[in-house]
Design a protein around this ligand. Structure first.
Ligand code: G4P
Length: 531
């Protein structure tokens, strides 16, 4: 094995941060980047978020040219490790990309705030993490504010996410009475100061919980801490690396991202225990990151990097080997050879031309529409990576064309936008009107704007009665019967695959029960035209 390659793989950590809106993801991201020296001033990321044009990411791009893209992958060093932080578009930008970016990460940091604990959006994101048994470290944020008791937060995680919790730090009070955390691993007291929220926080190593220093600094809260820690140590779970790596157990840290409190503690543990780039499955075999030959898979397409050229950037995760600028790779779906001269890397904030990249790194390839989501690249052996699926849309609209003579253009536009993963377009088995499906509502606005801008198609949308979507497969005789009985709910997606759009979850359940020989899948792997 190439020793240099092994060293580079082992020091990489490719991860995403998931949270519900307002839990503190942006604030935490900023603190991580500050720690890694990737930004120098608090407020750089936050400022961008505030400036973000609400309507759509790609329009923001036109305004800011590249800024959103660089903030969607951030590479920075930390204590000898190379961190690749993948931004999962959230809140108003929530889209299928939010899910898909997770497929390119090896682990996640889950941010909860102490007032809300597990919310709907976190649950959804965790479902996607579950598909690949991704390891999760939890950061319970905003301890400087009053919130739920810590034990209730742990219970919420266990109940709502079916994850065993292992607190590695324990909070001392909260809100006005927040005094800091106790590191259960290192028997260290970290003291928090309300007076100096942004400053350095004091660390106090102590012998054990009987150390009289505890009473000196914590006064009446010292005994509460002793009681809590005893309880947690007796009744709580031990950290088991295998369970963490299998996504069954989550280490939990408490802190306050805003005041940079507890963030370092969490990050130090993160780099130690989070997995380095993992093997990735292909249709034919599993590819180890340590293999010499370069391979990679596209998990996101960003349109309109430069609006004048209508170009696209494909975000490719390096899966194995060493990527070198100018190298020739096979684009597996088309069978063509591509020379990658203009790949981009995402060091710190600025996009830089990349010379070398290693497994776990993300490179950006200008594709001019040739690359689709899920496309695989390799130096020699033709390989088709799996694990970058389409996700069943959760919102639906009917498309109406304002000028009926543009219907061919509409079809072409929707096909291309579907291939990019910007939207999912479904053609009805009966009737003519396309149905659009999206994971986040904003995708509809983006689609309409892009149809107008890039395909000169004016269209508008109206509501559609569907609430869920499943891709249907099975023996052909069953499929035929199924088709004839469910024609009004059946559609073809842009790849020509059969999709069932349901009017309610209840109806979907009934349908699944009625057709036991058919499979109803909520994700769909991309097929390769060459197979
Ligand atoms: P998000 O990306 O998950 O949506 O959350 P973001 O970091 O934007 O944080 C949401 C709000 O919570 C922000 O306040 C932020 O300052 C605040 N916040 C984040 N971490 C902490 C923390 O540890 N303690 C406290 N008390 N607040 C925290 P905002 O009022 O929406 O924005 P801003 O005016 O402060 O920028």
């Amino acid at each position: 094995m190439d020793k240099q390659l092994k060293k580079e793989v082992d020091k990489r950590r490719t991860f995403a941060i998931i949270s519900h809106p307002d839990a503190g993801k942006t604030t935490l991201t900023e603190k991580l980047l500050l720690k890694g020296g990737a930004i120098h001033e608090a407020g750089e990321i936050k400022g961008r978020k505030a400036d973000r044009f609400a309507l759509s990411d790609w329009m923001t791009m036109e305004k800011e040219r590249g800024i959103s893209v660089t903030s969607s992958v951030m590479q920075f060093p930390y204590r000898g490790y190379e961190m690749n932080l993948l931004d999962t578009p959230g809140h108003r930008d929530f889209s299928e990309d939010t899910y898909r970016v997770l497929t390119a990460a090896d682990s996640v940091i889950m941010v909860l705030d102490n007032a809300n604990a597990v919310e709907q959006q976190t649950k959804k994101l965790m479902e996607v993490c579950r598909m690949r048994d991704m390891p999760v470290i939890t950061f319970v944020n905003k301890m400087d504010r009053h919130g739920m008791p810590p034990l209730d937060i742990l219970e919420d995680i266990e109940k709502e996410l079916d994850l065993e919790t292992v607190p590695l730090s324990w909070p001392i009070g909260m809100g006005d009475r927040f005094r800091g955390t106790y590191n259960l691993f290192r028997d260290e007291l970290h003291l928090f100061s309300h007076a100096d929220m942004e400053g350095e926080h004091e660390r106090l190593p102590i012998e054990d919980l009987d150390d009289p220093q505890l009473d000196e600094v914590l006064r009446d809260q010292a005994d509460d801490l002793r009681f809590d820690v005893e309880l947690v140590r007796e009744a709580g779970n031990e950290l088991e690396m295998e369970k963490y790596r299998d996504g069954q157990q989550t280490p939990v840290f408490f802190g306050s991202a805003l005041s940079n409190f507890g963030v370092g503690d969490m990050l130090d543990t993160f780099v130690e225990i989070a997995p380095s780039p993992q093997p990735r499955p292909t249709v034919t075999r599993t590819v180890s990151p340590y293999e010499d030959d370069f391979t990679g898979v596209a998990f996101k397409i960003q349109a309109n990097m430069d609006p004048k050229h209508h170009d696209r950037m494909a975000f490719v995760r390096v899966c194995s080997g060493r990527f070198e600028k100018g190298m020739e790779v096979i684009h597996h779906r088309t069978g063509e050879t591509m020379r990658l001269n203009n790949a981009t890397t995402f060091m710190a904030q600025d996009r830089e031309g990349v010379d070398t990249a290693y497994p776990g790194d993300i490179i950006g390839i200008m594709s001019h529409g040739r690359v689709k989501i899920g496309d695989s690249f390799s130096a020699s052996e033709p390989l088709h990576f799996t694990g970058v699926p389409s996700f069943a849309p959760e919102h639906f609209r009917k498309v109406h064309l304002d000028d009926p003579f543009r219907s061919k253009h509409l079809g072409k536009g929707l096909k291309q936008l579907s291939e990019e993963g910007a939207i999912q377009a479904f053609r009805p088995a009966r009737g003519n009107d396309y149905i659009l499906g999206a994971v986040g509502e904003l995708q509809f606005d983006v689609t309409l704007d892009r149809l107008e801008d890039e395909y000169n198609v004016d269209a508008h949308l109206t509501g559609a009665p569907y609430t869920c979507c499943r891709w249907v497969k099975g023996p052909s005789e069953d499929l035929e019967d199924f088709r004839s009985e469910n024609l009004d709910n059946l559609f073809e997606d842009a790849d020509g695959d059969l999709a069932y759009l349901g009017l309610s979850d209840y109806r979907l359940e009934r349908t699944v029960e009625e057709w036991p020989r058919l499979t109803f899948a909520s994700t769909k792997e991309h097929t390769s035209e060459r197979e």
